[in-house]
Design a protein around this ligand. Sequence first.
Ligand code: SAH
Ligand code: SF4
Length: 352
Amino acid sequence: MSDKLNIYDLDYLTMQSYILGLGQPAYRADQLWQWLYFHLATDFSAMSNLPTSFRNQLDSAFVIAPWSPAAEEFSNDGLTKKVLFKLEDDRLIETVLMRYDKRRTICISTQAGCAMGCVFCATGQMGFQRNLSVGEIVQQVLFFARELAAEGDRVTNVVMMGMGEPLHNYEHTINALDILIDGKGLNLGARKVTISTVGLVPAMRRYAEEGRQTPLAVSLHAATDRERQRLIPVAKRWPLDELIAACHYYVARTGRRLTFEWALINGENDTQDQARLLGQLVKDLLCHVNLIPLNPTADYGGLPPSRERVTAFQAELNRHGVSNTVRVRRGIDIQAGCGQLRDRIIGTNRKP
Ligand code: SAH
Ligand code: SF4
């Protein structure tokens, strides 16, 4: 492993104080930041407005080399591309680019593996490996930002819905988020970067208190504690009443609408009962429900429901006045569900 630091691990202020420490004027931090996140530079030698001696100092302290994927796949329609990155310690993570109309959405990972153990999720089935650093989170976006820039295009949205639980890696996730939305950084705009959480209540409250404008999605998946705990082991820590209270708190603090994610599993959480209970649970909350037919994984026997069952579930939500949409996961033919490309490439997800 290299002794050098990953330059993308540094937030703006840390970078500025490092640069001041080298005896350089503060504005060099702006210049360097622009090279990193606006020009998407991959080499210090390209940074033509920085003095050579300063570039050499940076070069001896930091790694800037762009990532190249260990594997990549396109969906049949060519609109979704999924890449697998091998990290310095050989951990594998996934990142997905989805092209939809004018949107270019990057789905990024925040951890290698995940500790939450959701039974239907390929990443959960793999267990927790480690948190990603700030730089490792940001570099996933930079990879596709460079690819898109080469086509005269740009990243418009980021969703933290790849491998891992973003709020379980709170500091790094928030630091990375700040780089992504910073006007001096990738400048995506606060409303364009969504965090998705399985519902870690204390972290959600902390996030709400920070009053950020970045959207939050909560993976609900069930409207009773019994059902939710079957699907999401970590739900035993925070029963639904605590979770929903935290959701109300988020909406009250930020004034923003919350999104709920609900993976529809045939005969499990797609029943009329669950739809009715969900309706009752969230009807007073400023929210939207995304219904996602399950993407089957190796270690879980569940299947997506039929079209009719999905429609019936929606109808029940509509009766309660709960805004909702069915989202068919894009790139399903390339196993774009989180954790699934890694799974297929190295096959460790299968039980012996
Ligand atoms: N850990 C976070 C974010 C990563 S998972 C979370 O759980 O919210 C992103 C989304 O994909 C979550 O809503 C998760 O429940 C969903 N998901 C995971 N595996 C899935 C599968 N096999 N089919 C459909 N959705 C899945
Ligand atoms: Fe982790 Fe999210 Fe997968 Fe659950 S659904 S195991 S929280 S990545």
